[in-house]
Design a protein around this ligand. Structure first.
Ligand SMILES: Cc1ncc(COP(=O)(O)O)c(C=O)c1O
Length: 379
């Protein structure tokens, strides 16, 4: 078996993403005991900064699950969908199905309302389903990573609430790259992860739990152990994790969140993501035969999806363009395979992705777009 090629690559995929050198170096900070006073000095500021980044006000508590985004999603399902209740999942792409799959794997009574790839949630269609099904809980994706579509979180949550259900939101690929205003979002629980717009290694699923969710979880039975948000909250309130955390990641997270909040500034960070989305839109407008995939008004600030001209194949993207860019030091994203296979089957054009999340800077993106354009012109 050949060995990994450890040559440095700049990741323009949609997570995990590029990590700054100072954040990599923070992995060398001393390990610590997770029930020792040193733990508080890391996780206290980490939780405070997460709160600020989310705009969580006084309605939410953050919990760090050991695992990834899916671990936090599972926690929300196990803790907030009671045995006799119905969950409606709303999916606008491949990642939108994740909540559905988790709910089914946990034996929950669940339906999946699916929208076509590239579309945002249609509120009229959702409303009809809410009237028909009368679900107790509704889950949906804030930012669909396979299509680059950002749903209007507040509008979707408001509609769900008008029908008496509790909204759970998967914000894995947007948190840290956009202003959520979580306090006014209407989400009962919002989940995310470290390896996307926070530009950290993977390792923690992050859950923002509202008081209302906590109250409900108190009445739900069979919540599991790590997936029990009540058990998690008890530790989180002491700025601790339920079980032994990855201390290396905690050190990196401490350094990274301090830098984001106190050096870069969160508004600057959010503005930088919008600037990069605009850069991609302008670049695409200048490319013959290419178009943005996500509809205007629903385009993600953390990643973009681009439709190729007729005749471009997945192999050309995956082998030709991606491997040529790897040789130049970039990891290109040729698109979500399941989506591209479905697009091909439906006679639709192929779509590739550009991750511009986390600590990707406009000058890095502009350099990458030049290289990407050179390779696209060869196919
Ligand atoms: C929107 C979305 N939800 C959920 C997940 C799953 O997250 P994780 O891999 O952190 O468990 C991903 C991963 O890419 C995602 O993009």
């Amino acid at each position: 078996m050949s060995k990994p090629n450890f040559a440095p690559l700049k990741l323009f995929i949609t997570g995990p993403t590029y990590i700054r050198d100072d954040v990599k170096e923070a992995a060398l900070l001393p390990e610590f005991g997770h029930r020792d006073a040193e733990n508080e000095l890391r996780f206290g500021p980490i939780r405070e900064h997460l709160h600020t980044l989310a705009g969580a006000g006084d309605k939410y508590e953050s919990v760090l699950f050991l695992g990834s985004g899916s671990t936090a999603m599972e926690g929300s399902i196990r803790s907030l969908v009671a045995e006799d209740e119905t969950l409606l999942n709303v999916s606008v792409g491949a990642f939108g199905d994740q909540y559905y799959n988790i709910a089914i794997a946990n034996g929950k009574k669940t339906e999946n309302l699916k929208f076509d790839y590239g579309q945002a949630i249609d509120l009229d269609v959702l409303e009809r389903k809410l009237v028909d099904l009368k679900p107790d809980v509704v889950s949906f994706t804030h930012n669909e990573t396979s299509t680059g579509v950002t749903n209007d979180m507040k509008a979707v949550c408001a509609l769900i609430r008008r029908h008496g259900a509790m909204p759970l939101v998967d914000g894995v690929s947007i948190f840290g790259g956009a202003d959520l205003d979580l306090a006014n979002s209407g989400a009962a629980m919002y989940v995310t992860a470290t390896q996307k717009s926070l530009a950290l290694p993977a390792g923690f699923g992050i859950g923002f739990v509202s008081r209302e969710a906590e109250e409900k979880a108190g009445k739900v039975t069979n919540k599991g152990f790590s997936s029990d948000i009540i058990r998690q909250l008890e530790r989180a309130r002491k700025n601790q994790t339920l079980t032994t955390p990855n201390c290396t990641l905690a050190n990196q997270m401490y350094v990274q969140l301090d830098r984001i909040v106190n050096e870069e500034g969160i508004q600057n960070r959010f503005d930088r993501h919008i600037e990069m989305r605009t850069m991609v839109e302008k670049w695409v407008a200048g490319l013959d035969g290419f178009e943005m995939f996500a509809p205007k008004g629903f385009r993600s600030p953390t990643m973009s999806t681009v439709v190729c001209p007729e005749g471009v194949t997945l192999t050309q993207l995956k082998v030709g363009v991606k491997e040529a860019l790897r040789a130049k030091g970039y990891l290109m994203d040729p698109g979500y395979v399941k989506l591209n296979l479905a697009m091909e089957k439906a006679g639709r054009r192929q779509v590739f992705r550009i991750g511009h999340m986390g600590d990707i800077m406009p000058d890095m993106l502009s350099e990458y777009l030049v290289q990407l354009e050179n390779e696209l012109k060869k196919i």
